[in-house]
Design a protein around this ligand. Structure first.
Ligand code: R5P
Length: 323
């Protein structure tokens, strides 16, 4: 007996950011796969796929937004259900990868949660992972399956290039982000600066901007970061830039978590525009922020899923900028 094998692409949405998953499916010319989801009285999650996934190349799109633990477990359960239903290959598509900031021990007796997340997804049955602008690139190596690291850089650069106001400096709010800032600067013909930031080791989400290194006096500054969580880092950096003579300060970050009090901090700051992507849904209190611009990374995710499905190069989409 001979059969000609055909590949079938299926995209499934977790409940965290269905809008983005739908946009991705539309670009790929398909519909979202059917999922029935319920929550038991004790808050356990129930998942049932309403159509056959046997032999399909399945992509499960889920962002790790608050309530983050719920959304992570939901994605794990979806992957487990697909595996047990004989999906041929399962890719966990994680536009925002949660727990990534704990990627090494800062103190004795701490966990390395970025690694734990990878282990959980692989154990659940993910054959590969894909994520956007990981907190640090080396998280790719925390799993022994392919991990495609995508970047929103082309989308941000396109937008920022159209809105430059004059001599510009791209500012990293900490030393760890200088490589990212340098990439943006190269595309925008800008210079690079960074803030010497100290994080508190015993209080979460607390940091202090100590000094700025680089040429910012009389220049328009764009702070570029991976995450806006409470906006403490960004607003601290913005204040320092203004004190040191910046003409204007804008903020661009891939993942707009915007935990309280981010919106209030931004409203009361010197930041004139905040540019984020839709890796995460925009929180209710930020929707009406007049200085907020949200860029879609739907085409980035769809391009990567298409490349994975057709065995084409993912890095070619980003011209190598995703390393
Ligand atoms: C830190 O290393 C990250 O790149 C972000 O700068 C940080 O997580 C942002 O957090 P927050 O907005 O709470 O300062």
């Amino acid at each position: 007996m001979e059969i000609t094998s055909r590949k079938r692409l299926m995209v499934f949405a977790g409940s965290a950011n269905e809008g983005l998953a739908r946009e991705v499916a539309n670009i790929l010319g398909t519909d979202l796969g059917g999922v029935e989801r319920e929550v038991f009285a004790d808050s356990e999650i129930y998942i049932h796929f309403t159509e056959s996934v046997r032999g399909a190349d399945c992509f499960v799109v889920q962002s790790h937004v608050s309530p983050i633990n719920f959304h992570i477990v939901e994605q794990l359960i979806m992957i487990d259900a697909l595996k047990r239903a004989s999906a041929k290959r399962i890719t966990a598509v994680i536009p925002y990868y949660g727990y990534a900031r704990q990627d090494k021990k800062g103190r004795p007796r701490e966990a390395i949660t970025a690694k734990l997340m990878g282990d959980l997804f692989v154990t659940a049955g993910a054959d590969r992972l894909a994520s956007v602008d990981l907190h640090t690139g080396q998280i790719q190596g925390f799993v022994d399956v392919p991990f495609d690291h995508l970047t929103a850089l082309p989308v941000f650069v396109d937008y920022l290039a159209k809105t430059l106001a004059g001599p510009t400096t791209i500012v990293s709010p900490d030393a760890g982000g200088v490589k990212r800032a340098a990439r943006y600067a190269r595309h925008l013909d800008a210079s690079v600066a960074f803030i010497d930031k100290r994080r508190s080791t015993d209080v979460r989400n607390k940091s202090e901007s100590l000094e700025v290194v680089g040429d910012i006096n009389g220049r328009h500054c764009i702070i570029v970061d991976d995450i806006i969580d409470t906006a403490g880092s960004a607003v601290g950096a913005a204040n320092m830039l203004q004190q040191r003579g910046a003409l204007s300060v804008r903020l661009a970050a891939t993942h707009g978590i915007m935990s309280d009090p981010a919106v209030d901090r931004i409203k009361n700051s010197v930041i004139s525009e905040v540019v984020i992507s839709n890796t995460l849904p925009v929180p209710d209190d930020a929707v009406d922020l007049p200085i907020l611009t949200v860029l879609s990374i739907g085409s980035v995710l769809a391009g990567a899923i298409n490349a994975i499905f057709t065995d084409a190069s993912v890095s070619a989409i980003f011209k190598g900028e995703n390393m």
